[in-house]
Design a binder for this molecule. Structure first.
Ligand SMILES: [Zn+2]
Length: 115
C-alpha cells in the first residue's frame, strides 16, 4: 500500500517548470508549425497534456478536506476534474470515496514503497 505526504518545494518547482515548458512548446509550435503543419502542433498539445496528466496520476493522490480521507484518482478523473491553487495548496474538485462529498481535495504526493 502506498503512503502519502504533503508536496515539497521540489514538487512545486518541477510542476511549474513542466507547465512553463508545455506552454512554451505550444506557443513555439504555433509559430513554427501553423497553419501548414497543424497536425504536428495538435500532437504537441495533446501529447504534452497526456504526459502531464499521466505523470500527475502516477505521482499524486488526493486528501479530502472534509473528512481527511486519502485516495488515489484515475487518469480520466484527473483529466476532467477542475484544478486550482489556494492558500492550502493545490486542489482538485473530486468526489471523496469515504464521505461521498464532491469537494476540493488537497493534492498530496504518493511516496513509493518498495514491495
Ligand atoms: Zn471525505
Amino acid at each position: 500500500m502506498n503512503k502519502y505526504q504533503d508536496p515539497e518545494r521540489k514538487d512545486w518547482v518541477i510542476g511549474i517548470a513542466l507547465l512553463v515548458i508545455y506552454v512554451l512548446a505550444i506557443s513555439l509550435g504555433a509559430v513554427c508549425l501553423l497553419p501548414e503543419y497543424w497536425w504536428g502542433w495538435l500532437l504537441i498539445v495533446f501529447g504534452g497534456m497526456l504526459y502531464l496528466v499521466l505523470r500527475q496520476t502516477k505521482n499524486y493522490a488526493c486528501r479530502c478536506r472534509k473528512c481527511g480521507h486519502e485516495f488515489e484518482i484515475s487518469f480520466l478523473v484527473n483529466l476532467l476534474a477542475p484544478h486550482g491553487v489556494d492558500k492550502e495548496g493545490s486542489w482538485e474538485w473530486v468526489r471523496c470515496p469515504a464521505c461521498e462529498k464532491r469537494t476540493k481535495s488537497t493534492v498530496i504526493r504518493i511516496v513509493k514503497t518498495k514491495s
